[in-house]
Design a protein around this ligand. Structure first.
Ligand code: SF4
Length: 141
């Protein structure tokens, strides 16, 4: 998608993305032309993901999970961390999109993206379902 054609998804289209009952069964091809609605869902990442992303050193999490969280928080890469599960939540932009989503609506870290992104929608809040269809904008968007 050309940068000059970029438009933020209107807020009304991303409202209720978390209502799982409105998700559609996923089928190949649904991603074509989609404005990356799944990248407007909270993304949980592991310490392993952070190492792959180049945001943490091997062993940094083991040495001190809290210190790593503080570092990533200061870098505005993550917004929260749950000690019990060891999962970080990737920081979202003001429109709710993932901090790694580019202006062209493509992932800027695609080759290194978190495991959950690689496996979506096989895993996720509603496995096998996708939030895109019912929120598809008009062709003019
Ligand atoms: S890391 Fe990339 S694929 Fe995953 S939600 Fe963010 S922009 Fe989308």
């Amino acid at each position: 998608m050309n940068q000059k054609h970029y438009q933020q998804i209107p807020a009304k289209l991303t409202e209720g993305l978390d209502r799982l009952s409105r998700w559609q069964p996923y089928s190949p091809g649904m991603c074509n032309g989609c404005l990356s609605y799944c990248c407007h869902l909270p993304v949980e990442a592991t310490a392993e993901d952070m190492v792959r992303l180049g945001l943490a050193e091997e062993g940094e999490y083991r040495a001190s999970p809290k210190r790593l969280f503080k570092k990533l928080l200061a870098q505005k890469v993550v917004s929260s961390f749950r000690m019990k599960s060891g999962l970080f939540t990737i920081a979202q932009k003001s429109d709710g999109s993932c901090g790694f989503l580019g202006a062209d609506r493509r992932c800027t870290v695609y080759e290194k993206r978190p495991a959950v992104c690689r496996r979506f929608p096989e895993i996720g809040p509603r496995p096998g379902f996708c939030p895109a269809r019912k929120f598809s904008p008009s062709p003019s968007v």
